[in-house]
Design a protein around this ligand. Sequence first.
Ligand SMILES: [Zn+2]
Length: 242
Amino acid sequence: MPYRLSNVLLDSMPEVERKKLLRHLKPMTLSVKTSLYEPDEQPKYIHFLTSGIASIVVTMEDGSTTEVGTVGREGAPQGTHLLGPVPVATRCFMQVAGTGLRMDYRAFEQMFQEDEAIRRPLLAYAQYQTVLLGLVAGCNRLHPVEARLARWLVMVQDRTGDTVLKLTQEFLGQMMGSQRTTVSAVAGELQQRGLIEYVRGQVRVVNRTGLEKAACECYSSTRKILSALYASAGQALFDEKA
Ligand SMILES: [Zn+2]
């Protein structure tokens, strides 16, 4: 199976540690909806994503769901579980199909505790997630759906590098914490403005610059922190001028 080893956390480790981990890591294809972890459970594996996007979501008692975090090749969704004893109440699954490298969670946990060079990038990632969560919480509360959808789409494109994004209406509704009909109307507006083309579960970014302008200020603030994480591995984001 062809895959490209390119996970920001692994890439920012010294070569000795990276090689040590690679002996245990197995390349995986991760199809849409693959579960990476379930609420309040210790994960079986840790995944270092190398492509695609995973969503971290929270589900309320009435079954309504919204996204509270996004993970691409900059992260390992189960990194949160390593930090301490608090049960992780969210669930995480693949939103855009991709690839990853995975190993046994407990075996990795031991390495994380024993080896500072392995621990450091995971802690940097945890800091990034915490800062991101604060920004997203503010955005979800204060910014209109259209600006949030535009932000979300350019953010997804930053991670996949593709102009076509395979996203169902159901997923988009969940991401925005809005009704499917609202998301449809808002996507329709972005389409009318010539920024995207939206055809049954597929979004094509037509005017990237325009879509960035339609996004709320949270796009540049979240991009700045993601960019800092990439920089720690000596890498640049999609479309980033060196
Ligand atoms: Zn915002």
